[in-house]
Design a protein around this ligand. Sequence first.
Ligand code: IMP
Length: 433
Amino acid sequence: MKNNVSAVIGTQWGDEGKGKIVDLFSEKADYVVRFHGGNNAGHTVIVDDKKYPFHLIPSGILHPNAIGVIANGVIIDLEVLVSEIENLQANGINLKKKLVISPRCHLILPYHKALDSAYEMIRGKNERSSQWIGKLGTTGRGIGPAFADKVSYNGIRIYELLEWENFVEKFTFQTKIKNKILNTFKVTPINIRKELKKLSRLREIILPFVKDTYLLLQKALDENKNILFEGAHGVMLDIDFSPYPFSTGSNVITGSVNTGAGIAVQKIATVWGVVKAYTSRVGGGPFPTEITDQLANTIREKGGEYGTTTGRPRRVGWLDLEAVKFACQISSVTDIALTKIDVLSGLKKIKVCIDYKLKGKPISYSSCGYSELSTLTPIYKEFPGWEEDITNIRRFKDLPKNCREYLEFIENFLRTPIKIISTGPSREEYIKL
Ligand code: IMP
């Protein structure tokens, strides 16, 4: 029997337009669940002219029936979480029975952010900064150092906040160690007293939402509730399957639903792979299909390709189907949501990467580290573009012929059906197939 569990996974370097797809499905969801990453992810939802920026709370919470769950795989910066809670409450959204946070979530603490910046600074000063030893272009949100603490048993969970004395002891111990490291970077140390004062206020605000999310989700599964897992980032940033270290700190593939929320992948009936009609990435690292001429600016401006978390201009490139094929395979994508096709309207020619060659020989994405990805030659197929504005089109057959051919090629190449085509930024601008 097909259950009601689905996941939305980014198949590129993040920023595929997952927010809109999640928003579409949340309408019917009983639970919308974040299961990995932290506030390095983000998108803005606009409802009735009000802007709601989301970095941690699942955006689906705006739908009256949906309960937002922040499950154990997410790392939490309390300041960011509380500002999202306060913003929603100020707009009349009562979160009392609508938000649940796992006590297993690890905290991003002030020293993680300081360390993130310090590592970037020192890497940036390195003269051989062209490869892994150079600046990575992290979001500066403390993600890497917080995950590092989690796996080296130095992390502090939300759980510790339940007993303030425990928290104070652990926080003080860890901050003293981290201050020694910060000192070697000649960075201002963390003021323990000042930070504890801030954290104690934030603690009071979040504690009412803390509850075991594992039991909650297992019960929801038993009751055949509609559960939507909201993926962040994209598979090309996965800590294991990206060109490390140009990665984010968490696993991004569908399998991380299991570790990050406790629901086994076999329970997920539909995995939506979100594919943007071209590619973008922020931060450093190899990008085989990057466009480096004026066309990149045209696409960036038209597609609004600026980071939602940091505001940085995104690098832009052609759709890389060799990489997306890998992302769909590893994440068991069943259905594709193709986004931002409207951004390509008006281009004379559209290219799509269908293969990689290194020193004249084919090589697959999975066999590449950053070195191979930086030097390989992408093999392109070229398509004629279309002139028409397609934002108001609601039926596949009404799309321009060249656009249909581009989409059909993608579908055939990935051997996965495209079920949604987003034709513009607004909620209603999409085609359902
Ligand atoms: P971190 O996740 O802040 O440590 O950054 C590591 C890399 O992942 C950087 O290149 C970031 O720009 C990138 N990154 C992390 N999260 C996202 C995202 O949601 N969208 C796009 N890039 C991301």
